[in-house]
Structures are given as structure tokens and as C-alpha cells.
Design a protein around this ligand. Structure first.
Ligand SMILES: NC(=O)c1ccc[n+]([C@@H]2O[C@H](COP(=O)([O-])OP(=O)(O)OC[C@H]3O[C@@H](n4cnc5c(N)ncnc54)[C@H](O)[C@@H]3O)[C@@H](O)[C@H]2O)c1
Length: 259
């Protein structure tokens, strides 16, 4: 199997894209530590990993808190023996018109989507450097890293910063054999898009499902992504096949953005 003997840590793994990455990597032979805000949220992901006969470790973490992030990395490394690959995937969103974005919401989104990537990236990189034989770090950015979005200004800014951190980490960690890349999904059918559709619908007076349908109708490949579409690229990025790839942000958007 492609990832036999590998160990992986994933944040935001209780559901959605993080859960699909965990499942896909377990199917490819990896043991997986999964982290999220509340330990109980992780049970379903743990069962899916174990169904592939792989080891699962569940860790409670708030990625905005340095002490918790450091403890997460210590505990994943202790339980699995080492960390070969890390996914900074936890993220949050709020849909608000630019003029209505309040400071608290802006700070919260930046704390999870940007500072969380920084804190986790630093802690995991220190662990990988101590291990002495390289590693892989993958950040979940977004097509929002590359464009302005009038009712998601804070989210787009946080994801642009996550893409920038990916580039800087790739350069800083290359001498240690650690490759750092980012996934940039477009529209993925997860609970996050249920929230976006509901909030955007309220702002624009649209029925449930209408905002999502409108966006999907602009995608050249004619459908939203499913989490497994993103997980397939995730597996590639931590496989030996991606050995010469670093500092890149890969759109997984059905052709929605010209690259
Ligand atoms: N769904 C999409 O269309 C889409 C598109 C582009 C990028 N993304 C990004 O993909 C990632 C996963 O999104 P998803 O669609 O699976 O969303 P989701 O809401 O289903 O999952 C996000 C997970 O992150 C966890 N999380 C939130 N804050 C956290 C914190 N402070 N500490 C630890 N865990 C935390 C949540 O509990 C949840 O389990 C996010 O970074 C998101 O921004 C999603």
C-alpha cells in the first residue's frame, strides 16, 4: 500500500474534508491521529480509520491555543511513534456583508484559519526536525485564498494568509526535507457549505439550497466537489510521488478558477 508504515496527524478531522482525508489515508495504509475541538466529535472518524485495520488516535484540541497545539503534537508523536505527515485542516467561516463584519468575528476567523496554521505548523515542524528525516505538511487553503469575496472578507483574508504561510514554511523547512503544500478546494459538499448556503440565503433572501445551486452552476465540471475529491489529492501530496513538490497551492475546484 502507498502509505504503509506512515503516521499522519490531521486537525478538523471530526467531519467533512478532514474526516475524508483520515479515511483515505487509512485505506492507503497509514495510522492516523485525528484532532478536533471536542473529543466526542471524533468517534465516527476513529471508527472509519479502524475499519481499514489501521490505528486511530483521537485528540481534543483548539488550534488557536499554543499549549493545546503543543500537547496535541506531543501526544500524536508519543502514541504513533512519530509524525510523518500533518494536515492543518481545521477551519471556520462566517458569511457577512463586508460593512457588517464585526471585529470579534474577524479575530475568530483569523485565529482559527491563520494563527492555527502557524501554531500547528511550527509545533509539527519542530517534531519533524527532531525526528531527523523530513516530513510533509499540507494546509487546507481555499480558492478564497486567491480571490476577493464580498460577503466572506475575513475568511478570504485568512485563507490568503494560510497560502502565504504555506510558501514561507516551504522555504524555511526545505533544508530539513519537509515539503509544505496547500489544497485549495472550491465548493465541497460539507456542513460548512450548509452553513454558507443558509447564511447567504438569509442575506440575499433566497430559499435553502438556492445559493449553493447558483454557485455550482458556474463550475465547468458541473458539480460541487465531494470530500473524497479533496482526499485523493491529499493522499498524493503525502506520497512519494510528490517528493519534488513544495510551496504549491493546488486548486481542486472543477475548473472554477483559471489557475
Ligand atoms: N467546504 C468547502 O467548500 C471548503 C472549500 C475550501 C476550503 N475549505 C476548508 O476545508 C477545511 C475543512 O472544511 P470542511 O468543509 O470540512 O468544514 P467542516 O465545518 O465540516 O469541518 C471543519 C472542522 O474543523 C473543526 N474546527 C473548527 N475550529 C476548530 C478549532 N479551533 N480547533 C480544532 N478544530 C476546529 C470543526 O469542529 C470541524 O470538525 C476548512 O479549513 C475549510 O475552510 C472548505
Amino acid at each position: 500500500m502507498r502509505l504503509s508504515g506512515k503516521t499522519v496527524l490531521i486537525t478538523g478531522a471530526a467531519r467533512g474534508i478532514g474526516q475524508a482525508i483520515a479515511e483515505r489515508l487509512a485505506a492507503a495504509g497509514a495510522d492516523v491521529a485525528v484532532a478536533d475541538l471536542r473529543r466526542g466529535m471524533l468517534d465516527e472518524t476513529v471508527s472509519r480509520i479502524e475499519a481499514h485495520g489501521r490505528r486511530a488516535v483521537a485528540i481534543e484540541v483548539d488550534v488557536t491555543q499554543r499549549a493545546q497545539v503543543d500537547a496535541m503534537v506531543r501526544s500524536a508523536a508519543a502514541e504513533l511513534g512519530r509524525i510523518d505527515a500533518f494536515f492543518a485542516n481545521a477551519g471556520i467561516i462566517e458569511v457577512q456583508n463586508f460593512l457588517d463584519v464585526d471585529e470579534g468575528t474577524y479575530d475568530r476567523i483569523m485565529a482559527v484559519n491563520t494563527k492555527g496554521v502557524f501554531l500547528c505548523g511550527q509545533a509539527v515542524a519542530r517534531q519533524m526536525i527532531a525526528q531527523g528525516d523530513g516530513g510533509r505538511i499540507v494546509v487546507t487553503a481555499s480558492v478564497a485564498s486567491r480571490v476577493g469575496i464580498p460577503d466572506m472578507a475575513a475568511y478570504a483574508a485568512s485563507k490568503a494568509a494560510a497560502m502565504s504561510l504555506t510558501r514561507s514554511m516551504a522555504l524555511a523547512l526545505a533544508p530539513h526535507g519537509i515539503n509544505v503544500n496547500a489544497l485549495a478546494p472550491g465548493i465541497v459538499s460539507t456542513d460548512m457549505w450548509v452553513q454558507i448556503d443558509a447564511q447567504r440565503g438569509q442575506l440575499r433572501n433566497k430559499a435553502v439550497g438556492e445559493s449553493l445551486r447558483e454557485r455550482v452552476s458556474t463550475i465547468p465540471l458541473g458539480r460541487a466537489a465531494i470530500p473524497a475529491d479533496v482526499a485523493a489529492v491529499a493522499e498524493f501530496l503525502v506520497s512519494d510521488d510528490a517528493a519534488y513538490l513544495t510551496g504549491q497551492t493546488i486548486n481542486i475546484d472543477g475548473g472554477a478558477l483559471p489557475s
